[in-house]
Structure formats: C-alpha cells, structure tokens
Design a protein around this ligand. Structure first.
Ligand SMILES: C[S@@+](CC[C@H](N)C(=O)[O-])C[C@H]1O[C@@H](n2cnc3c(N)ncnc32)[C@H](O)[C@@H]1O
Length: 363
C-alpha cells in the first residue's frame, strides 16, 4: 500500500475534548483535519466506534450534525457528556449547587457495605460515600456532562482529584511511591463538591464555539448490528478496536464500576475482540456501512500500521482491511501518521509506531 505522509497539524486547546481520559483516543487535531478535508458543508458525520467522542465533538465544532456509537458504558457517558454540555459555566455550576443539596442530605446514611473491596481501596470512606451519592443523583437525572466531569477527577494523586495516589489513565494505586507514612495528606478525605465545581470551571477555560441547534446523538449498541434508521450518513470516520491491542474495559474498570458495570471482564470480551473476531466484525460493518451510504461517500478508518498474519498469510492490518472492504469500498487514499512517543501502544513486545489512515470510497 502506498502511503502519503500527514504533515504537522496544528493543535488547538480544547478543554471540553479533555473532559476525561480514554485509552486509544484519536488525536483531536487529526479528527479535525480529516473532517475539514473530507466532509462537505452540511454533511452528517458518523463514528460507529466513537470511544470518548473525539470525532463527534470535532465534527460538531466544525458545524456538522454528528451521530456516534460505542458499546462501552464509560465511552457512551463521556461522548454524551461532550455532546451535551451546558452552554456556560454558570449554568453548569447552578445545577451542581442544586444536586449538592441532595448529596448533603443523603451522604451520612449512604450504605457502602456492598461496595467491593477493590473499589474501597481507592478512597477515604467519606469521599467514597460522597462519590456514590453524586453518581446516583447525576445518573438519575441523566446529567451526562456533570457525570463525565466527575469521571474526569475520579482517580489521580493530584489535589484536584478524589482517589488515593493512583494513575489517571488506568486505575493503579501508587501506594509504594506515595506511602501513607510519607504523604499522609494524600490519604485524607477529599470533598467532592469543591473538586467537581473546580473541574466544571476548568472545562469552560478553553471551551469551543458550538452551535447548540445542530443535531447530535450517541448510542450504546454493537456497531455490527446497530440500526440507524433513515439517517443520511455521508461520512464515516472511525478508529475500530483492532485486535486486543488496547483493553477498553480493564483500563476503565473503576469508572465503569461507578457507572453500574460490575463485570468489566464480560464487557472486555465484547469491546476488545480477538483478531479473527475483529475481522469478522469488520466484514459485517463494511456491509452495514455500504447499505447506509451512497455511491461516492467516504468511510475513513484510523488503525495501527502493524504486521498481522491472517488466513495463513503475513500481511499488514491496513492491507487486510482494504481487502475485506473491497467488495463494498475502493481504497481512495492512504496516509500514515507517526504516533507520539507517549501514546504508543504495546502490542506483544513491539510498539505500534504509526497509524494508517485509510480513506475508502463507497462503490
Ligand atoms: C480505538 S477506540 C475509539 C477511540 C475514539 N476514536 C476516541 O477518540 O476516543 C475503539 C472503541 O470501539 C469500542 N468498541 C469495541 N467493539 C465495539 C462494538 N462491537 N460495537 C461498538 N463499539 C465497540 C470500544 O469500546 C472503544 O471505545
């Protein structure tokens, strides 16, 4: 496959995009570049493996109607939070103040006896009770934006976060590096309302220009079987979950637990498929997308540029995908994009150093 190189794309600060971490997140500037390059004015953009909603948010920011989908409950909440924020920090803080009254009234009697020990290990008991009350009220009122803000401060050792010392991406305690004896302040109670309010305000610091009249939607369905009705989807941009290279449920297990997913291992099977399952899923997707799109419409995949053997032959992931798609889509262009050092993914022992961007055209 012949690749064109993507040159440096300018980064733009966007605190809504940085609402909460997500592994395997697409570079936001790459998503914006692809949309500018391939979406015509007024066209709807669809991301069937939306993750944290990067493509959807960038599509919306660039004036497009957007629709997305992801099977992972955390991805669904986070993407929904990005697509349905309050239009000002004062409106968001006003709502927070209202819910805080519920939390204050209910936190003392909140029963945490049924909470698994691995979750308790991350928090001071009073912080944990407050988090549970906040999650309960925000979920009940479908406050996806405020809930996403809470997910964004759930674990990390910095003072603005809620857990004992722990990494921000995947939840691992850092009790050895930051022992209770040496850093007692890191193990103290952390008031949730104060930190949540600060997080909400931070989110409006570099807030994008948004047209709240544009339609946007995110669903929590399997991409291979989702029904999208009569939507006119002219452009698909997506980054599928290729071959277990990332563990979307395990790395989000603490956030998922608060969102009501006890069995993250079960979810993992569905969202981080094995190689052969992944290729079967992609075949179904290409057929589905073919039926959704019109001749000449574009479908863009962003995947790791890695070597793979399939059906007894050595090949590369982009080549296999182009082959699987060929009945429905022709490959129009292919780009490569270097993955910055800190975002490289360990797959077996080798690092995935480059992403391939495959631009398909519907036959
Ligand atoms: C590479 S990530 C997408 C990241 C996204 N572009 C972003 O910027 O955050 C792939 C996503 O596919 C989701 N996924 C995996 N299998 C799925 C399926 N069968 N249906 C829907 N979503 C699925 C995973 O939960 C994961 O969020």
């Amino acid at each position: 496959m012949e690749y064109e190189k993507i040159e440096d794309i300018q980064k733009k600060k966007d605190s809504l995009d940085a609402l909460s971490p997500y592994i395997g997140k697409m570079r936001p500037e790459l998503a914006s570049w692809l949309i500018k390059e391939y979406a015509q004015e007024g066209e709807m953009v669809y991301d069937p493996f939306a993750g944290s909603g990067t493509v959807l948010l960038k599509g919306w920011e660039l004036g497009h109607e957007v629709i997305g989908n992801d099977l992972n409950d955390y991805a669904y909440v986070l993407a929904k939070g990005k697509l349905f924020p309050y239009d000002s920090d004062s409106a968001a803080v006003g709502k927070l103040d209202k819910y805080n009254k519920y939390v204050i009234a209910n936190v003392k009697n909140f029963d945490i006896s049924g909470i698994p020990q691995w979750v308790k290990d991350f928090y001071h008991v009073d912080t944990l009770k407050e988090i549970c009350c906040w999650v309960k009220i925000l979920k009940y009122h479908k406050e996806w934006f405020l809930l996403s803000c809470l997910m964004g401060i759930l674990h990390h050792q910095r003072p603005g976060f809620l857990s004992y010392p722990s990494s921000h991406g995947a939840p691992y305690l850092r009790k050895e590096k930051y022992s209770r004896e040496e850093y007692p302040e890191m193990y103290e109670y952390r008031n949730v309302y104060i930190r949540l309010k600060a997080k909400v305000i931070r989110t409006y610091k570099h807030f994008p220009d948004l047209n709240f009249d544009l339609s946007r939607d995110i669903k929590k369905k399997d991409a291979t079987s989702i029904r999208l009705g009569n939507n006119n989807i002219s452009l698909i941009i997506t980054s599928p979950p290729y071959m277990k290279s990332l563990t979307y449920a395990r790395d989000n297990r603490l956030r998922l637990w608060f969102l009501g997913v006890d069995d993250w291992k079960g979810l993992e099977k569905a969202v981080s498929p094995e190689k052969n399952v992944f290729f079967e899923e992609m075949k179904k997707c290409f057929r589905k997308w073919y039926n959704l799109q019109k001749k000449g419409n574009k479908c863009i995949l962003v995947v790791g540029n890695m070597k793979v053997s399939y059906m007894g032959e050595k090949s590369t992931l982009p080549d296999i995908l182009a082959n699987l798609a060929s009945r429905y889509y022709s490959l129009n262009r292919a780009y490569t994009d270097d993955i910055p050092e800190k975002r490289k993914v360990v797959k077996g022992t080798s690092l995935i150093k480059q992403e391939a961007i495959l631009v398909f055209e519907r036959r």
